[in-house]
Design a protein around this ligand. Sequence first.
Ligand code: C2O
Ligand code: CU
Length: 456
Amino acid sequence: MLNRRQFLAGSTAATLIPATGMAAPAPVRLEPAPARVQLAPPSYPITDVWAYNGSVPGQTLRFKQGARLHAELVNGLEQPTTIHWHGLRLPNNMDGVPDFSQPVVQPGGTFDYEFDLPDAGTYWYHPHAGALEQVARGLSGPLIIEEATPPDVDAEHVLVIDDWRLTEEAKIHESFESGRDLSHAGRLGNYVTANGSGDLQLPARAGARMRLRLINTANARIFSIELQGLEGWIVALDGMPLEKPEKAETVSLATAQRADLIVDVTAAPGEEAFLISRERDEGFALTTFKVSDQAAQARRGAPAPLPPNILPEIQLDGAKTARMLMEGGAMRWLDSAAYKGRQMGGRELAQEGQFWALNGMVGMPDDPLVSASLGETVRVALGNDTRFPHAIHLHGHHFRDVQPDGALGPLRDTILLQPGRAREIAFVADNPGKWMFHCHMLSHQISGMMTWIEVS
Ligand code: C2O
Ligand code: CU
């Protein structure tokens, strides 16, 4: 780990509030391009990154629920890109999957993204072309969609948590397609940032109530986050409100997942409060809150649930069923699997940089995992027969996990499956098109773990 104890002045991402209610607001221009930022502590050199409009993370896009997002992608990279709006229920041709839902955007090229925002919540955007490298170099940003009536809080912070693999000179380590990462836990870094800072410090007032919007944009790292000097509730996961706020003890945040917290500052004036990242016995501050004077004297009760987003009801009776069996990776190497229309042995696949299979197939198959008719409920039995955790993401829909007794869990767009575990999810296929369904550990995605569903 690089030295984390030193100060780093936060480069706060600019907030952009598009005008709503006007005829045609100018599109937000998003230009991914090379940039230089002080990522590591000040005793280290500046880091060459790829960034949207020069900032890491990319600027916070903020809209009101029901508004229309209009963004123009201008590709300032020397390689093709796209933008995927992670977690949004949007029209298929706006989903950003290259040569699948849209043509890839060549260097110097542009693409207009324009769609309505039906759901409030915490989302994010990132490239879906060359994603392993492009995200690792710094391309991602928050997308916040505000409720018509936001909850009553004294402050709100968007916290983009990222994990970087840097060299001792604070350069982005260019080991993107290392066979070890592809076949193990993915590209884990050695430097963790919140909003681009290894030592993010924010002001807070004792007794104040804050909304924290946590977004994990790391390539592969799973965070386990604890509160210190703060007490609160999880009020939404992956953008979608929980029916009942849940006490936040430890917040598990797999890659691509989000959690909205409402927390009260319990630390006294002059003290510090923290969000702590725990890994085994170690912990470090993801964010430090410098607590000043008293905002409120009395503790408030649990917050009311956020207003729900309106999604169709899951009907388990008569649902269409499918399964997704995950196999491969280190210590459980594939014997053989189908790749590019041919059955291949594990060794041959490894030479192609392919290590994982879903239902015996490596990479995007010709046929969808499931074809659903519009409005149909789909149940997918997920099984993780590997030695690694996987964060499985479905595009264009939110699903719930189905407990053995039939009870339904919270709405999510990314679910973490621990090694050896099986879980079942269900969703209403109400969004027509072809949607990717893949592991969001980006190293796993490109080395086998992707498939798709079709809704028509
Ligand atoms: Cu956030 Cu297919 O990705
Ligand atoms: Cu995976």
